[in-house]
Design a protein around this ligand. Structure first.
Ligand code: AMP
Ligand code: GLY
Length: 427
């Protein structure tokens, strides 16, 4: 079959790498892709939001399945646009994508289906006074979330009541444009987070992919500004059988049956952002795609054919389709541009002192310039992924490989996975 993968990050590099290994694939196209994805398929200069352009491309190139890597096309309704056209889409309908596209919808969905999450209420400019009163009933720190998509920046965690009220007014006043016209205020939960990925077929069938933990802050020891993610580790020591059986019975099954009961079509990945509160899993957020950089670790632990799984999910029939998961550990360390997540230069020449033997380099913000030189083109530049018998071994490989990739201003966290290793040693 011919596949069109949408996106241009490290996640799409890892998805393309994995899909390109499938015997089911004739041609793999990546739109728009990056400086590394052309190793796995053909880059196409199309925006994932250009549905008319995608429709023409799909017809001209006999595409059988579209795999949206990022949330934007899903929230904009790519599933609905192509549903019934004979083209498979691995993803949710626009109604399902609201699990990520609207935090207010996601919270209300969880309340309707008894899915454990922080206590919350939602407010608009008209109900701001009630918002202030609700804040007064909570303990610090205060969690304020823009309802809509805000490029990962829409969540504020604030220490004092006074500042929380001020931020509520600013958010409702347009701090994140239309995305914060509604603000969700919720109770602060304390615990360690992890990312659980589920592939579902919209007919009650699902598979649970390897669990991962990502590292969101720029600074070592989880300090400094939030980023898109600086590294990831899989498996996650505390996501053991007991924890995962709670996740399955209290969160995954009610989510899938809730979608079905509400008549929402969902045939793709569900990303559960969970927090472990004293051994009890609670949902921090839903995303309707895979995580980045978690995918750059998770794909290395999937032994089965991803294309067969995605096709079966998109057809609504995961049935007995096998999902074999490796016992090995996989990690990824993200190499970023100096200055990121603030402003950073682009166009820095990247050198790789090959050969790269113990890791895979998943390109994220790279491109090949007019002179054929590989250069930086984003904040997160290259994700260095490795497999090992243990997390320590995989990390050692990624850090050795990362030292071979160089460009001016290169930065990375050197403590990826250290918290999990400490937890493991304490068990
Ligand atoms: P979200 O975009 O909803 O994932 O929020 C971004 C980050 O804010 C999460 O990964 C958590 O680290 C943090 N966060 C969100 N909601 C809460 C909460 N209720 N309690 C504690 N931390 C939270
Ligand atoms: N790594 C978190 C995310 O993809 O949203």
């Amino acid at each position: 079959m011919n596949i069109l993968l949408l996106g241009s990050g490290g996640r799409e590099s890892a998805l393309a790498w994995k899909m390109s290994q499938s015997e089911l694939v004739d041609k793999l196209y990546i739109a728009p892709g990056n400086g590394g994805t052309s190793q796995y398929g053909t880059n196409v200069a199309l925006s994932p939001l250009d549905f008319d352009g995608i429709a023409r491309f799909v017809t001209d190139n006999a595409i059988d399945m579209i795999v949206p890597g990022n949330e934007d096309p899903l929230v904009a309704g790519i599933y609905d646009r192509f549903a019934g056209s004979g083209i498979l889409i691995a993803g949710p309908s626009q109604a399902g994508a609201a699990l990520e596209g609207s935090k207010d919808f996601a919270k209300a969905f969880m309340s309707r289906h008894g899915i454990p999450t922080a206590r919350y209420q939602s407010f608009t400019a008209e109900t701001i006074e009630e918002g202030y009163r609700f804040l007064e009933t909570l303990q610090a720190p205060y969690v304020l979330k823009a309802d809509g998509l805000a490029a990962g920046k829409g969540v504020l965690i604030i220490d004092t009541l006074e500042e929380a009220k001020k931020s509520l007014a600013e958010m409702l006043g347009g701090m994140f444009g239309k995305s914060s016209a509604t603000v969700v205020i919720e109770e602060f939960l304390s615990g360690i987070e992890c990312s659980v990925f589920v592939l579902t077929d919209g007919n009650g069938g699902y598979r649970v992919l390897p669990v991962a933990k990502d590292y969101k802050r720029i600074g070592e020891g989880d300090t400094g500004l939030n980023t898109g993610g600086m590294g990831a580790v899989s498996p996650v020591v505390f996501a053991d059988e007991t924890f995962m059986s709670k996740v399955e019975s209290r969160i995954i099954i009610p989510t899938i049956s809730g979608l079905k009961a509400e008549g929402i079509t969902y045939r793709g990945f569900i990303f559960l952002g969970l927090i472990n509160v004293g051994g009890e899993p609670m949902v921090i957020e839903y995303n309707v795609r895979m995580g980045d950089p978690e995918t750059e670790a998770v794909m290395l632990r999937i032994d089965s054919d991803l294309v067969a799984l995605l096709k079966a999910a998109a057809e609504g029939n995961l049935g007995e389709m096998p999902l074999a998961i490796s016992d090995k550990a996989a990690v990824t360390v993200m190499i970023v541009s100096g200055g990121y997540p603030g402003s950073y230069p682009k166009g820095k020449a990247i050198t790789v002192d090959g050969p790269i033997e113990e890791s895979i380099l998943f390109h994220a913000g790279t491109k090949v310039d007019e002179n054929g030189q590989l250069v930086t083109s984003g904040g997160r530049v290259i994700s260095v992924s490795s497999v090992g018998a243990t997390v320590e071994e995989a990390l050692a490989k990624s850090y050795r490989t990362a030292s071979k990739v160089n460009f001016e201003g290169k930065n990375m966290r050197r403590d990826i996975g250290q918290d999990l290793l400490r937890l493991q040693n304490a068990r």
